[in-house]
Design a protein around this ligand. Structure first.
Ligand SMILES: [Zn+2]
Ligand SMILES: [Zn+2]
Ligand SMILES: [Zn+2]
Length: 325
């Protein structure tokens, strides 16, 4: 069962998804539902002997194109809507071992084409206002299947965090006539203390007001709104910078670095959103090799993050790490 319940106090939707409780937990090593199907062995999610990149609908979706009727009726205070949307899984590689970090630049480039394709196709559906591309990596984030993969949620609304960024961008343009995100790129390039890597088309930096110690953002250097705006050269450039920052993450402590990766780009609700700007955000949960940052009292209850590290120092630390595997 799943439905959207309106939180009238925070003014945001919560999706109930009660079919997700029986999700697969770490399966035995010999069976992976995301590996190619080996003839004669139990079929997996991919009914073929090999693949480069595969996309399929999540078996335990929190949203569906034809959603079930909500289990409760809404009231004036408590609005309820069917959870109409789509949830897809993107398999980065047929190889079970490794992660996004270990893929070749050519394979990451292919993935960027797949992401752009899904962004365009899902975004063209009339009930989809936002195509949210993301990856949760690592057991500490709650990932139950280690096979390298990411996810896509096609939401029937613009997520509140993106709504906030859109509004900030709009107000900044009204005030200055310039794109807020282009100004951030300019400021980071000029200052340099928070830079981790940069190329012709992209820049990776620890944000000035990072919420997490190893938070890292990758911005397009030109004013681009979505993956669809990048040409073939820029897509290869994006693959290259992702490979560099991910390798740095893994080399930092010599183990696969857990993170939450989210792609922020133009909503697909039909609005123009010209003051938005393509970027990718990484939220690694580690604050040290053996310590995690748990959002707690001030973060969860107040929305105030306390970061006990300096973004300039964390950027310096990441700059020093070898970008080679
Ligand atoms: Zn696998
Ligand atoms: Zn811009
Ligand atoms: Zn953002």
């Amino acid at each position: 069962m799943s439905e959207m319940r309106w939180d009238p106090v925070l003014e945001e939707w919560v999706i109930t998804a009660t079919n997700r409780h029986n999700r697969t937990f770490l399966p035995p090593k010999d069976y992976c539902p995301l590996c190619p199907t080996i003839p004669g062995v139990a079929p997996t999610e991919v009914p073929s002997a090999d693949y480069e990149i595969a996309v399929f609908e999540n078996k335990f979706p929190s949203m569906r194109a034809v959603p079930p009727t909500p289990v409760v009726e809404g009231t004036d205070v408590y609005r309820v809507k069917p959870a109409q949307g789509l949830c897809e899984v993107v398999l980065y590689s047929a190889r079970h071992e490794g992660s996004l970090t270990d893929l070749s630049v050519a394979q990451i480039t292919r993935l960027i084409y797949v992401w752009a394709d899904r962004y365009e196709e899902l975004g063209s559906l009339d009930f989809v206002d936002y195509v949210f591309i993301f990856e949760n990596k690592g057991e500490v984030i709650g990932v139950t299947v280690p096979h390298p993969h990411g996810q896509i949620y096609a939401f029937p609304f613009i997520p509140p965090r993106i709504q906030r960024e859109l509004e900030a961008g709009r107000r900044y343009v009204e005030r200055t006539g310039r794109c807020l995100f282009c100004d951030i790129v300019r400021e980071e390039m000029a200052d340099g203390r928070r830079l981790v890597a940069h190329s012709e088309s992209f820049v990776a930096f620890v944000p000035f007001s990072a919420h997490y110690p190893y938070e890292l953002h990758v911005y397009a250097r030109d004013h681009k709104l979505s993956l669809s705006d990048f040409d073939s050269r820029q897509r290869i450039d994006l693959a290259r910078i992702l490979k560099v920052v991910l390798t740095k993450f893994d080399n930092l402590w010599g183990f696969p670095f857990p993170y939450i990766m989210v792609m922020h780009q133009k909503p697909t609700d039909g609005g123009s959103h010209d003051s938005y700007h393509f970027h990718i955000e990484f939220y690694p949960p580690h604050r040290a090799r053996d310590k995690l940052k748990y959002p707690a009292g001030t973060e969860v209850g107040g929305g105030v993050f306390v970061n006990d590290t300096l973004p300039e120092e964390k950027a310096e630390e990441l700059r020093q790490v070898e970008p080679r595997s």
